[in-house]
Structures are given as structure tokens and as C-alpha cells.
Ligand binder design. Structure first.
Ligand code: GAL
Length: 656
């Protein structure tokens, strides 16, 4: 467990660097991330490198005993490069290139950019790959940020056609798979196929889905190029990328497969403001963030990281990019930091060292104010650093792995597919996945977030938010695992080519749940349907209804019905299917029952207290406004805090 910080020496006079490094050390910071936006200073003109300043910056940090996280600077191609190769700019759906003047203005498919990236990455990796202070690498910065995965450039189209050829082999196979006979859309060759934009009405959904898959693969290809360059020149140093869970226009599992470490950038208040949360929740958690939001991300990236995941950027104070940018309550920076460690993080790195008084992010807080005094976040980071030492001293296994019995399946293609073919305007996959996750957390469970093709052995409960395309072997793997499995609505509702399965949904899940979804309907946001489980348990179905025919098989039970008699929840043995998106309370109640059947012990926590376990330690976090008392633990067992957790407080205790 270590602390880090994101630092931009190129933004400050050299006369400040030594003092910066010294003050970082006094806070207990060990890792310093640099360089991800510094291309114009590394290579001010084509082929003219200026290493002197960066050599100096790395030496200053290294001499102070800090380790450097070196980045490739490819998120910000400089002006001279764009002027030389305007085809680097990504092209929007309107056919116009996006302009120079901010960042991420590049097209993953541009051959010129691929080459230019290869050259700059090679130069940086050769120069610093074996530098004793350089301990870690980051490729680029936040792939997908500012909606930059999909481009409609000529280069992207050319590569898309190649991608289609590789996937379908013949144009007839593509025509059959997509069903292009509909509206006379048949193609005679791959070269006739355009990008699915600017059509008169909705473009063909299978075409769109393949374009999204293609664009995602382009990100993985581009990242792999950088990783290979770094690995060859910097042996023994882990290579990472800093993901953002919300930028899920590419498959993070595929990119992470090429990395040693998956890291992510945690901005709980910005995310709350920008995401789907209802206005009352945005007000309630204004200065704390939603209690499950950072956790969800920790679990997403823990699962795909070979070494312990990192938080590469941690919000230290107000950000600048949401519609409203409140300040975290005192205590929250510490709470967020410990929450990351409790979920298995190896490092929490604050963004950024000092607030910049110029340019786009001048309103974004840092650990230091622009006049170079420690802000609240810095004092909290210093406290975390001290506590890390205390926890490590008290526990040999403080860095142990997180072990869970509960898994949640998260799927990137599901998000793209439901966006392309929503059928109900608010069928929002990340939100529904998050709500299932949140219900599990409110019951006190630690959760692994896994892809649909992950091994399932060892889990007692597997929760599957709406998963339209189910892998062929999924049912068999679930059965072999012996776990209870809960599927959300629309699971098994499409084939890989985005068609309705021959025997209707749930497609390949019929092996587990012999039933037929013969009709579906979507519901407006202000319409809900009563769901009756038993005399005591009732809730609401929202957004969607699968109308289910249960057929003859007596082992398929109807466990809840809608008011009009249609099944709302069916099960067969340990396989459960929800025909609607149930309200949060009902979801939690049903998960609690199913978990108990699966041999787990839910611990109902309410909405403001959360628990996580790592090694022999149990961590508790209080997001709420009132102190929370923990029962049944001796005072002597606490390594952080006490039995009474103050608002925005943290406690960690040894379990016996
Ligand atoms: C991140 C990005 C950083 C910085 C930060 C501000 O998304 O990686 O470079 O812009 O947001 O909160």
C-alpha cells in the first residue's frame, strides 16, 4: 500500500522542483507520475528532442527517494505533428475532423499516428527504460476520454473493412449474419460497406455493433503497440494504463489483458454529478460521492489487473469538469484512499500535486493551492501515509488479496448493444449493473466484477445484469460451479450478430431456465408495475417487462408475479431470472434471500455504511451524517479508528 501523486514539472519553474520533491516526501508520497502530456516539451520540433529538462526532473525526484511512474505522451500530439499529418485528427459522425486545441485529438486507426506514436514511445522508453528511478509505466492517458474511441475517418473505414473481412470471410456470410436483405441493404463486396453514420434513419444495428467492436479492437491494438515497445526497453517495470470506468466505448478487459496493472482514475464527486443518479441522490451525496461508486470501479479493475490495481488519479478537492463542482467534506479524501486499499489497491495517487493557475484545469484542486500551500487533501494524504505504516506494522498480511464468494458479470458489448438497440430510451446498462452491485454492497458482500467468459468456480452467488449475448458455454459453466445465479431482464435476448435467437430469449439460457420470452415491453420513467413476491414482499418493476411463458417443465417455478398475472421472477433450482428491473429495495430483499440460500450471510448495512475485507482486516466506511457504532468487536482489535466511526470516518479491525 503506497501513495503517489501526479506531477507536471513542465508547468513550474525548475527552481521549485527540489522543494516539491522534498515536500512530497514529507507527506509520505512514494510514487510520482509524470510526462503524459509533455510531448511538445520532449520534442519541440520534428525529430528535435529536448531531454535535458526531463532528465533533470527525474533526477530530482529520484535523488529525493521518490519512484517515477513514466508515461508515454501520446494523449497530446503537438501542433507541428497535426499540421504535418492532418489525418491524425479523429473524424466525428458529421464527417468533420475534431480540432487541435485540447487533447486526445487522434484517431486510433490513423497510420501516421501509429507511426508517430511508435517513434515517440520508443524514444521515451529508450531514454528512461532502465533509469533507476523509473519503476512503472503508464501508456497514454485515459483511452476513451472525451468520447474519442469511435472515429469515422477514411483510415478507420479502410481498417473496418479489413476487420469485417477477417470476421466474416465472405460477403455472403456477412449479408446472412446481419440480415441485409431487409430494406435492400445487401452488399456485393466488403469495399461497398461504409461507416454506419449519416443514414436517413437508424443505420443497421448489426453494422453499428460491429463498428463499435472494431473501434474497441483498434484501441487494444494501439495500446499493445505501446506495451511491446516499453517491455522491450524497460525490463522488470510493470506497464499500466489509467482507465475510466465511465469511458466504456472500448472493452477494458481486452486492453487490460496486455497490461501488468489496470489502474483507474477516481473522481467520486464529478462522477456523481455527471452520471445517471437521481437529483435527490446527487444532493444527498453531494460532498461524499455515492458510497458504491468508487467501490464498483475498484472491483472492476481489481478483477482485470494481474498485479494489484492502482488508483492512478484520486480526486483531492473540487474538480473543474462537472456541471457543478462541490468540495469533498473533510475526511473524504482519506476515506476514498482507504476504501481503495481495502478493495486491494497497491497505490493511490492523487491528481494533482499543485493546482495550475492557468489553462483548462485552473479550477481543479490539487494537494497544494496555486500559491503552494498544502490544501486539506494533502493533510489527509499525510494521515493516510501514517496509518498505512500502522496497518502494515500490525498485520503481516495487510497487502493480502481480496477473497469473495460473490461475483457480478460486467460486459462492455452489452452496453454498446443496448445503446444501439435500446427499445426503451432509458435502458441504461451501466446504471442497472451498478444498481445490482450496490444492492450486494448494501448487504455487506465483497464482490468480484468479472467478464462473462471468466471461470466461475468458487463463487456461491453470481449476479448477471442484463446480458443480451450470453456465451454458448455459460449455462454449463454456471451449472458446474454450483453457484446460485441471478439474471436480469433481456439476458440471452440476442445472438452475437444482434438477432433474436431462433427459439426466442433467453436463447442459450433455456438450458438453465426452460422458458420462452414471447413478448417484451418498455415502460416510461413515470410508469412502474407492481411485483408481488408473497404476502409480505412487494415492489415495483421499472423500465422493462419480459413476458414469460413457463411451459410444461414443473421444475420452473414462478416466484413473483406482476399485477396482471405475468411472471415477474422465475427460478429453477439455483438459477433465477428477473423479468424486470426491480426497484432497489426489492432487488436487495431478493438478493438477500437468494444469498442466504446460497449459504452466505447478508449483513444489512443501510445506505451510508460500507464494509470491505482484505486479508485479516475488516474495513468500515461511514459516508453518512451520523456516527456509526460497530457491535461485537473488541476495542483492542482496531488498527484504524475505533468502534464508533465518525461521519466520513474509517475503521479497520482484525477479525478473529
Ligand atoms: C482525468 C484526466 C486528467 C485530468 C483529470 C481532471 O480524467 O486523466 O488528466 O484531466 O481528469 O479531473
Amino acid at each position: 500500500m503506497r501513495l503517489g501523486v501526479c506531477y507536471y514539472p513542465e508547468h513550474w519553474p525548475q527552481s521549485m522542483w527540489e522543494d516539491d520533491a522534498r515536500r512530497m516526501k514529507t507527506l509520505g508520497i512514494e510514487q510520482v507520475r509524470i510526462g503524459e502530456f509533455a510531448w511538445s516539451r520532449i520534442e519541440p520540433a520534428p525529430g528535435e528532442y529536448d531531454w535535458a529538462w526531463l532528465d533533470q526532473a527525474i533526477d530530482v525526484l529520484g535523488n529525493a527517494g521518490l519512484k517515477v511512474v513514466m508515461c508515454t505522451p501520446t494523449a497530446t500530439p503537438p501542433k507541428w505533428l497535426i499540421d504535418r499529418h492532418p489525418d491524425i485528427l479523429p473524424v466525428g459522425a458529421n464527417g468533420r475532423p475534431r480540432a487541435f486545441g485540447s487533447r486526445r485529438h487522434y484517431d486510433f486507426s490513423s497510420p501516421s499516428y501509429f507511426e508517430a506514436s511508435r517513434t515517440i514511445c520508443t524514444a521515451v522508453a529508450e531514454r528512461y527504460g532502465k533509469h533507476p528511478a523509473v519503476a512503472f509505466w503508464q501508456t497514454d492517458n485515459e483511452y476513451g476520454c472525451h468520447n474519442t474511441v469511435v472515429s469515422y475517418s477514411p483510415a478507420a473505414l479502410a481498417r473496418f473493412r479489413e476487420w469485417l473481412k477477417a470476421r466474416y470471410q465472405t460477403i455472403d456470410a456477412l449479408n446472412r449474419a446481419w440480415g441485409t436483405v431487409f430494406w435492400s441493404m445487401e452488399y456485393r463486396s466488403f469495399d461497398e460497406i461504409d461507416a454506419p453514420v449519416e443514414t436517413v434513419t437508424e443505420a443497421h444495428p448489426s453494422h453499428r455493433l460491429d463498428y463499435r467492436r472494431f473501434a474497441s479492437d483498434e484501441v487494444a491494438r494501439y495500446n499493445r503497440m505501446q506495451v511491446e515497445i516499453i517491455r522491450a526497453r524497460s525490463p522488470g517495470r510493470p506497464v499500466a494504463h489509467n482507465f475510466m470506468q465511465l469511458f466504456n466505448e472500448f472493452d477494458h478487459y481486452k486492453v487490460a489483458a496486455d497490461l501488468d496493472v489496470a489502474t483507474w482514475d477516481s473522481y467520486p464527486l464529478g462522477a456523481l454529478d455527471q452520471q445517471w443518479f437521481a437529483p435527490d441522490l446527487k444532493a444527498k451525496w453531494l460532498r461524499m460521492g455515492h458510497p458504491d461508486f468508487a467501490s464498483f470501479n475498484h472491483d472492476v479493475y481489481r478483477g482485470m489487473s494481474k498485479l494489484p490495481f492502482w488508483v492512478m488519479e484520486q480526486q483531492p478537492g473540487p474538480v473543474n469538469w462537472a456541471d457543478w463542482n462541490p468540495a469533498p467534506l473533510p475526511g473524504m479524501v482519506r476515506l476514498w484512499s482507504w476504501e481503495a486499499f481495502a478493495h486491494g489497491a497497491g497505490c493511490v495517487s492523487y491528481f494533482r500535486w499543485r493546482q495550475a493557475p492557468f489553462a483548462q484545469e485552473q479550477m481543479h484542486a490539487g494537494l497544494n493551492t496555486p500559491d503552494n500551500r498544502f490544501d486539506i487533501g494533502a493533510h489527509e494524504a499525510a494521515r493516510v501515509a501514517q496509518e498505512i505504516r500502522a496497518v502494515a506494522a500490525a498485520n503481516a498480511d495487510a497487502d493480502a488479496a481480496v477473497r469473495t464468494k460473490v461475483a457480478l458479470v460486467y460486459d462492455y458489448e452489452a452496453k454498446w448493444l443496448f445503446e444501439i438497440h435500446p427499445q426503451g430510451a432509458d435502458f441504461h446498462y451501466p446504471r442497472f449493473a451498478f444498481e445490482y452491485y450496490s444492492a450486494l454492497r448494501a448487504l455487506g458482500f465483497d464482490v468480484d466484477v468479472i467478464p462473462a467468459n471468466a471461470p466461475l468456480d468458487g463463487y456461491a452467488l453470481i449476479v448477471v445484469p442484463p446480458l443480451p449475448v450470453v456465451p454458448d458455454d455459460f449455462a454449463a459453466r454456471v451449472e458446474a460451479s454450483g453457484a446460485h445465479v441471478v439474471f436480469g431482464p433481456r439476458s440471452g435476448s440476442k445472438t452475437r450478430d444482434l438477432r433474436i435467437p431462433a427459439q426466442l430469449p433467453p436463447g442459450p439460457l433455456a438450458a438453465l431456465l426452460p422458458m420462452r420470452v414471447w413478448r417484451v415491453e418498455s415502460l416510461r420513467p413515470n410508469v412502474t408495475e407492481t411485483v408481488r413476491v408473497d404476502a409480505q414482499t412487494e415492489g415495483r418493476g421499472r423500465h422493462w417487462r419480459d413476458l414469460i411463458e413457463v411451459g410444461e417443465d414443473p421444475s420452473l417455478e414462478v416466484s413473483a408475479r406482476f399485477a396482471d398475472g405475468h411472471p415477474a421472477y422465475v427460478r429453477r433450482g439455483s438459477a433465477h431470472y428477473f423479468a424486470s428491473v426491480f426497484d432497489e429495495r426489492l432487488t436487495e430483499q431478493l438478493f438477500a434471500r437468494i444469498a442466504a440460500e446460497a449459504g452466505l450471510t447478508p449483513r444489512v448495512l443501510g445506505d451510508s455504511v460500507r464494509v470491505s475485507r482484505r486479508g485479516a482486516l475488516t474495513y468500515m466506511f461511514n459516508y453518512g451524517e451520523r456516527a456509526h457504532g460497530i457491535d461485537g468487536v473488541d476495542a483492542a482489535d482496531f488498527v484504524i479508528g475505533t468502534r464508533e466511526i465518525e461521519p466520513q470516518g474509517v475503521a479497520a479491525y482484525r477479525t478473529r
